[in-house]
Design a protein around this ligand. Sequence first.
Ligand code: KIV
Ligand code: ZN
Length: 511
Amino acid sequence: MDQIVIFDTTLRDGEQSPGCSMNLKEKIEVAHRLERLKVDIIEAGFAISSPGDFESVKTIAGTVKDCAVASLARANAKDIDTAWEAVREAVSPRIHLFLATSPLHMEYKLKMTPEQVLEATAAMTRHAKKYCSDVEFSAEDATRSDWDFLVKVVDTAIRAGATTVNIPDTVGYTTPSEMRDLIVYLRENVPDSDKAVFSVHCHDDLGLATANSLAGVLGGARQIECTINGLGERAGNTALEEVIMAMHTRPGLYPYFTRIDTTQISRASKTVYNIIGQTAPLNKPIVGRNAFAHESGIHQHGVLANKQTYEIMTPEALGIQTNNIVLGKHSGKHAVEERLHELGYSLTKEELLACFAEFKDLCDKKKEITDDDLGAIAEHCIRSEEDVELKGYKLNWFSMHTSNFTTATCTISLEKDGEKFEDVCLGDGPIDAAFNAIDRIVQPAEHTFDIYNIHSVSQGKDTLGDVTVKLVSGGRTYTGKGLSTDVMEASIIAYITAVNKLCAATEKKES
Ligand code: KIV
Ligand code: ZN
C-alpha cells in the first residue's frame, strides 16, 4: 500500500482566515494536538508575514518532535531566508515556497511573464534548497493554469530540487474528474515526475474540496494538504477529518495508509473550535453533533437492530465514547477523571482539581452533566491555566438592569491586589454596558473586537454558555474565555480575562 502524506495547514491557511486568529499559546496547543493526531507535516505559519507569525513558527519548530514543520514563503529570497530562520531548529524542517502560474495571476497580480515565472521558480527553489533538503514548491492557482505551462513549471521546480510539488486549487474551481486528469497529465508529461511527491491543496468554494483531494490521490498525488474542521480562506480548505475518514471507511477504493490516529480526531476538532470560539455546524460531516444522531423512528429502529444499518463508521473510531453513564452531584473525583479520560483528556493534577471544582459547581445548577458539559469544563480548565497566573482584575460582583423600554445599565465591582473598584455604565445592551464599565475601571489600550461569541454547550435552557472574546491590539490577539450557566457572567469573565492579557502585554512593552 502507498502512504498518503498528511500536510496540515490549520495554523497557516486556516489561521489566516477571518475569525480564526490564534495567539502563540493557542497555536502551540494546536501543534501538540496535530502531533498526537500524527500528521506528517505541520505548516506552522507564514514566517515573514508578521513578527508574531515568525515567533510562532520558530517556537513550534523547536517544540514539535514527531512531525516535520514547514513555513510558507513567497518565491523571493527574503521570504525564503526568513522561512528558513524560523524552521531551521525543527527536527525535520521544510521550506514551502509558492508562485502563481495562471494567466490571471501572472498578468494582474505578479505582473510577470511566463518566462519570468519559470526563471523565478528555478532560482528560488535552488535558493531554498541551499538551506533545506525538504523543499515544497506550490504552483498557486494551478487549476486555472495552462496545463502545458504547468508541466514546464513543475519540471523546472523538480530539476531545481523540489521534493514535493503542490497543485493547489486555490479558488476552489476544479472538479474531481478534472483534478484527477490534471495530476495524471502532469505525472505523465513531466520527465522527472517520479523524483517528487505530488500534492493537492483544495479549497471548498464549490463544496468539492474533499472530493477533489481524493480524486487527486487517485490520479497519483501522494500528499494531501488539509486543515482541522476545514478551516481556511473563504469557504475553507479540505477538512482533514473528511479525507481521512473517507479513506478509512472505503479502503477498497482508496488502498492507501496514513500515519493518522483517527481516535484523536474528535479531540483535535473540539480543541480547534474551542480556541477560535466556534462550534461545528450540527450536520458537519464527522465532527458535527448530529453526525451520529438518529432521530427518525425508522433509523432508530435500524440502529438498535444493527448499528451498521445507518452508521458507516463508529464514533469510537474518532475517539468518541458512547457509554451513557450520567454524571451528577453524587459522582466522585474518580468517576469524573475516568470519564474525562474516556473523552480523550489526560490532564495534570492541577487541571483535574480545577475540573472537579467546576464540575461540582455546575452540579449545583444542573441535574445531569453531559459529556459536552464535561468536555467544555476540561477545555476551559486547560485554557485558564495561564489566566490563573495572570495578575489582573477579578470579578467581584455585577448587577444589570435591562428592559425593552429603557437603556441597559451595568454596575460592576472588580478587585485587583486586594483593592476594590466599582463603576456603572450605560450601554446598547447589558453586555455593552458591562464592557463599558470594565473599560472605565481598567482603561485598557485601544483595541477592536475580533470575536465575541456565545455558544451553548448542550441542549436545554440550563445549558452552559461558553463565551469567547478575542481582542486585537497592535496586531496581536488577546483571548478570554468564560464558562457559566449565566451567559452575562461568562461574557464578563471572558472580557476581563482578555483585557487582563492586553494590559499585561502593554505593561511588558512599556517596561
Ligand atoms: O491556496 C493556495 O494556493 C495556497 C498556496 C499558498 C499553497 O494556500
Ligand atoms: Zn490555500
